[in-house]
Design a protein around this ligand. Structure first.
Ligand SMILES: [Zn+2]
Length: 152
């Protein structure tokens, strides 16, 4: 193998067998420079000469078909997303219906209270209104009792 002096750069042809794997001290016969010589490892050789390998990055063509595995993953993800979205919408719908029911109930009760407050005045303009209201109250009471029995 050829070894160059670190100082004067003079080249010497040295027998490989004279250099142990762990390296050894050498002295230049030309300038007298001493240094520790170590055989270059494969890693060092690799560092010196990086492999100039052309890495071809394949450009993704949008028209190119998506691999079936990825396609199925995407579809699965979309399904889960849609399902979750559906659940949220359904939940919101339930809340909306419940809210609407309560709103109607409150409005209805409010109307009844107003009608009850002005029942004398209304009865004067609409004869028989009082009877109608009383009938309604009876119906409500009946319904209330019926519901009570049903729950029992
Ligand atoms: Zn030298």
């Amino acid at each position: 193998m050829i070894i160059s002096c670190q100082k004067c750069a003079k080249k010497f042809n040295v027998d490989d067998n004279l250099i142990p794997h762990d390296g050894r001290n050498l002295q230049c016969s030309s300038c007298g420079h001493k240094w520790f010589f170590r055989k270059k490892t494969n890693v060092e050789k690799f560092k010196e000469k990086p492999i100039k390998k052309q890495i071809n990055i394949k450009k993704i063509n949008p028209d190119e078909q998506v691999p079936p595995v990825i396609d199925s993953i995407i579809k699965e993800a979309e399904k889960i997303h849609d399902k979750n979205l559906g659940d949220v919408i359904q939940k919101n719908n339930k809340i909306s219906i419940l809210n609407l029911f309560f709103l109607l109930l409150i409005t209805f009760v409010a109307v009844i209270i107003i009608l009850d407050t002005f029942k004398i005045q209304i009865n004067n303009s609409i004869p028989g209104f009082n009877v109608l209201l009383d009938n309604f109250y009876e119906s409500v009471t009946d319904f209330y009792l019926f519901s009570k029995d049903l729950i029992k």
